[in-house]
Design a protein around this ligand. Sequence first.
Ligand code: ZN
Length: 141
Amino acid sequence: MRSVQIHNGHFLTLSRGEEVTSSIQEFCESQKMHWALIQAIGAVEDVEIGYYDAPSREYVFIQDDGPFEVASLSGNVAELDEEPVVHLHAVLSRADRTLGCIGGHLRSARVSLTLEVCLWEVSQPLVREFDDETGLDLIEL
Ligand code: ZN
């Protein structure tokens, strides 16, 4: 991973083989960046992506080898128990002539070519708290 500071955050480039979620998480921890918005584009493979199933209160994931174009990746960094937590969603299009898309909550993905990530720092606290009704750690404003 390479990074450069920009006017209100950081621009990162991830290289082939790097895992997306843990790389961004480790960067935020190292920079003590607890509140931010995330945007990225690039290409990934070996993905785990899914959704939160409200009735069972559990995430459901599928695995797919890909490869995919990252048509859109967005997310945020918010604090839970005073630690930064990276939350990512993505729309991934198949790198074949179908360009069929899958999308949802991104648990993990490996960079296949490059990933260009922008982390925009948020100046006000974004803090997650457990919500009994949904079973999720929601951002409390
Ligand atoms: Zn999610």
